[in-house]
Write a protein that binds this ligand. Structure first.
Ligand code: UP5
Ligand code: MG
Length: 188
């Protein structure tokens, strides 16, 4: 699959992107590339940019596009697979433009997990996996950034007819029942 055709998975913090990506991977054989996971790996590898990335994540801010795109590209190049699922990126217009400038075209599937804020807050605060951004103060900032910077990107893809909006409440399986036919329709 050429890089410009990699499906994009979007949604607010705690909307269930990672959980649903795991199911898509299992069923359709994609390699999951979570931009947040790649950034967290960069922090734990003690890279020169680790401290800057950690500060941005603690504040719920968006890391400079060049850095995230570089990590995504590196992960794609080092994989044997040719099908990738990009989770949690692009999350601003600047992210989107940087990414599209590099890959040359727009994605053809953009999933959007639409989840009420109070449900996202509840999920994130009960996750308990030691993420530095899973606290109420950072969560408020993540939600603000999502609304002001990420939603315009989602609206952009909607206007382009690329957006598949999923109602991200209910059980994980109920949500996957909405996701499955979208990917099945694109299978060769
Ligand atoms: N859960 C999942 N589905 C559920 C369901 N149906 N019912 C009940 N519970 C459900 O799920 C969150 C929690 O909810 C889990 O405990 C899960 O079991 C439960 P998850 O699948 O992890 O949701 P997800 O949408 O992946 O939430 P996440 O917290 O990862 O979303 P964010 O978008 O906030 O986090 P991400 O890792 O993408 O980014 C973190 C930070 O990195 C950003 O804030 C930003 O600072 C930085 N970043 C960038 O700067 N640039 C990027 O491109 C990407 C990230
Ligand atoms: Mg995630």
């Amino acid at each position: 699959m050429p890089i410009h055709l990699c499906p994009i998975v979007s949604g607010g913090p705690g909307s269930g992107k990672g959980t649903q990506c795991a199911k898509i991977v299992e069923t359709f054989g994609f390699t999951h590339l979570s931009a947040g996971d790649l950034l967290r790996k960069e922090i734990s590898s003690n890279s020169e940019n680790g401290a800057m990335i950690l500060n941005m994540i603690k504040e719920g801010k968006i890391v400079p596009s060049d850095m995230t795109v570089k990590l995504i590209q590196r992960a794609i190049e080092s994989s044997e697979n040719d099908k990738f699922l990009i989770d949690g990126f692009p999350r601003s217009e600047e992210n989107r433009q940087t990414y599209e400038r590099i890959v040359g075209e727009e994605p053809n599937i953009v999933l959007f997990f639409d989840c009420p804020e109070e449900e996202m807050v509840k999920r994130v605060l009960s996750r308990n996996q030691g993420r530095v951004d899973d606290n109420i103060d950072t969560m408020r900032k993540r939600l603000e950034v999502f609304t002001s910077l990420n939603l315009p990107v989602i609206n952009y893809y909607s206007e382009k007819g690329k957006l598949y909006k999923i109602r991200a409440v209910g059980t994980e399986d109920e949500i996957f029942e909405q996701v499955h036919p979208i990917f099945a329709a694109f299978e060769p």
